[in-house]
Design a protein around this ligand. Structure first.
Ligand code: MN
Length: 131
């Protein structure tokens, strides 16, 4: 069984492109199109890691992260914040919301994969080597 990633991203092009690239690296990818759907799918499916866009409709990524990290059932799932704004204040804000790591768009896949693998290896009980 491959490691499962939940990608929460409202931009269809970014979502399709990143999910395809992650699948090619051997990950099983589920997608959500807004923060509320991300929250619901995280609770229902317990992914191994969440990639969370911060600027999302319905519920933004900061609030969705706060709710996931406040819930005993989901708080151990690593979350990597994705934001288009490469500002130090955004990284700080994401970390304050409970994000475990942070990356900026446009995505550089090798850099993001390193962060994904570091967080998955951190929790050995959940870790899987992508194929
Ligand atoms: Mn967005």
């Amino acid at each position: 069984m491959s490691a499962r990633i939940l990608l929460v991203e409202d931009n269809e092009m970014n979502r399709d492109m990143l999910s395809r690239r992650l699948e090619r690296k051997g990950y099983e990818v589920a997608v959500a199109v807004d923060g509320q759907e991300g929250l619901d799918k995280a609770k229902a499916n317990k992914p191994d890691l969440i990639l969370m866009d911060m600027s999302l409709p319905v519920l933004d990524g900061w609030e969705a992260t706060r709710q996931l990290k406040a819930d005993a059932a989901t708080k151990t799932i690593p979350i990597i914040a994705l934001t288009a704004h490469a500002m130090a204040s955004d990284e700080q804000k994401a970390r304050e919301a409970g994000c475990d790591d942070f990356d900026t768009k446009p995505i550089e896949l090798p850099r993001l994969l390193e962060k994904i693998q570091a967080l998955m290896n951190h929790d050995l009980s959940r870790a899987e080597t992508p194929g």
